[in-house]
Design a protein around this ligand. Structure first.
Ligand code: AMP
Length: 294
């Protein structure tokens, strides 16, 4: 099982730890402190993270950035001090992906998996992308939440194709929206009020890039029967499932939402946003930025 925790130290564990410590010490990586509140809804814990120091940081979308003449792609070239390792190399070809530390992290060891050559953020994920994901998670002992923000309304900010890996929060045993989706599958009751397309992964077998690509394509095909090509979406990949959430809006009342929001981990930049989320409920906010299904 590749996404689950083991007690064995894996090859990337120490590499990431060392690279992180050096990047912080050199000033290449800027960690931002936050306060976590657990918020219970439908008998499941959601994680609200209050990060007031991000309030001044503007949210820009990938295409807005590309239109700006002064924009410089941070992933090509990437900052060597944030580089963890290269992935997907065959003896005859260059690596397909580069594993980087997220320069502006709120959670330590937040990883970015970028394509070596430029590809557009929002391009469909490929077998090579999933191979690089597996190569990474198989070599880390802590379980990871893998996600992809696709399209202008998905919460993405960078135009160069990148997946992301976040260590599974210690305070949660399962991602809240995934817990509700699994409950829905078992009980055939509606738990998630917004559009979603999921595929259950068999956690008893060794997953391959083809397994993940097939799961992704089957969820994409289901989504494209109801939503037009080019619809923004978030993808979440965990041990149990691959889930897609089509997106109508990137934010609601100032609360920006990306795939982590759809995982049930929401970032609030002001105390007003935090109060709004608690008053409205996380699922209601996700329904505003996704598509309501009832
Ligand atoms: P997204 O906003 O989903 O497109 O993800 C892009 C991520 O890249 C953000 O979380 C940023 O913090 C991160 N980032 C921005 N600049 C750099 C950089 N130079 N090196 C590594 N990560 C970066």
């Amino acid at each position: 099982m590749v996404f689950s925790s083991t007690n064995t130290v894996k090859p990337l564990d120490s590499l990431i730890r060392e690279c992180y410590a050096k990047a912080v010490a050199s000033g290449a990586l800027l960690f931002t402190k936050s306060e976590i509140t657990l918020y219970r809804e439908r008998e499941v814990d959601f994680e609200l993270r209050y990060v007031p120091s991000l309030a001044k940081k503007p949210d820009t979308k990938p295409k807005e950035k590309q239109r700006d003449k002064s924009f410089v792609n941070p992933f090509l070239p990437y900052d060597e001090r944030l580089h963890v390792t290269s992935l997907g190399s065959l003896p005859t070809s260059k690596p397909t992906h580069q594993l980087l530390l997220n320069k502006y992290c709120v959670v330590p060891n937040h990883l970015i998996l970028v394509t070596t050559d430029f590809q557009q953020q929002g391009d469909p994920l490929t077998k090579a992308d999933f191979a690089a994901v597996l190569e990474t998670v198989e070599d880390i002992s802590h379980p990871q939440v893998v996600f992809y923000n696709s399209g202008e309304e998905s919460g993405a900010s960078q135009p160069h194709k990148h997946l992301q890996l976040l260590p599974m929060p210690e305070s949660l045993s399962i991602l809240p929206t995934v817990a509700l989706w699994l409950q829905q599958q078992q009980q055939a009751t509606r738990c998630l009020p917004f559009a979603h397309f999921g595929v259950r992964l068999d956690d008893t077998v060794q997953l391959t890039p083809d397994h993940l690509l097939n799961a992704y394509q089957s969820a994409m095909n289901a989504m494209l029967k109801e939503y037009s090509a080019g619809t923004s979406y978030n993808m979440l990949l965990t041990t149990s499932s691959l889930l897609l959430f089509p997106r109508r809006l990137g934010s609601w009342e100032g609360v920006s939402v990306n795939s982590l929001g759809f995982a049930g981990l929401l970032l609030c930049k002001t105390s007003d946003q935090l109060s709004l989320v608690k008053k409205s409920g996380v699922l209601e906010i996700l329904t505003k930025v996704g598509y309501a299904i009832y």
